[in-house]
Write a protein that binds this ligand. Structure first.
Ligand code: ZN
Length: 203
């Protein structure tokens, strides 16, 4: 018989040794075998050192994000477009060459991205240029295509989506939200009202 039931073990989020109750356990890397994922775990208690396997089950799937943009406190930014461009930029540099499937994925992501808000004008220009190039050219030039991820990153890094506020602890922090989704701290206020006035003045 097992020293702890599965229900009790899951209730403890798998963080307690089922043999001695010690709260320091270390998991190995997960082993995937079809529908089954297991993970060997060791109790770190010096007197116990027992080993067992965690068992994970498939819980469902997530559909890919439809839109590359996200709304944040009423402002639109493009974190998933940014992270995809960044990933391609790094991978293409490392492989010293681009991947055509990834380039097509980037273009289809751009096609689905709505950039018709005032803050994203530089991205809008770049997007139109890239999409026009794709429509006009059957064969893409690798030198041209290889520049796109970096140009997209620059357009998202360099431009602000606007100022936003966030209540953190007792204060209200104002951030400059970049189109990339990064937040740059601007000012702190002890009252939310003051932050709203500040944003109204500078936005
Ligand atoms: Zn133990």
């Amino acid at each position: 018989m097992k020293p702890m039931t599965d229900l009790e073990y899951v209730d403890n989020e798998g963080l307690l040794c089922p043999y001695c109750g010690h709260d320091e356990v270390t998991g190995d890397s997960p082993q995937v075998d079809g529908m089954m994922v297991t993970l060997d775990v060791t109790c770190e208690s010096g007197e116990c050192r027992k080993q067992w396997s965690d068992r994970y089950a498939l819980a469902g799937y997530d559909a890919p994000e439809k839109n590359a943009s996200e709304d944040y406190d009423g402002l639109t930014c493009y974190p998933s477009l940014y992270s995809f461009a960044k990933r391609l930029n790094e991978a293409w540099e490392e492989n010293e060459g681009l991947d055509w499937q990834e380039a097509e994925d980037l273009v289809s992501m751009l096609r689905k991205t709505e950039t018709d808000n005032g803050a994203a004008s530089e991205l809008e220009v770049l997007r139109s240029e890239i999409l026009a190039y794709c429509d006009d050219n059957e064969d893409w030039d690798s030198g041209e295509v290889a520049r796109w991820p970096n140009l997209i990153m620059i357009a998202l890094d360099d431009n602000s989506a606007g100022l936003m506020k966030e209540n953190i602890d007792d204060g209200c922090q104002v951030f400059d939200l970049r189109l990339s989704g990064k937040k740059e701290w601007v000012a702190s206020f002890n009252q939310e009202n003051l932050a709203i006035v500040f944003i109204g003045l500078y936005q």
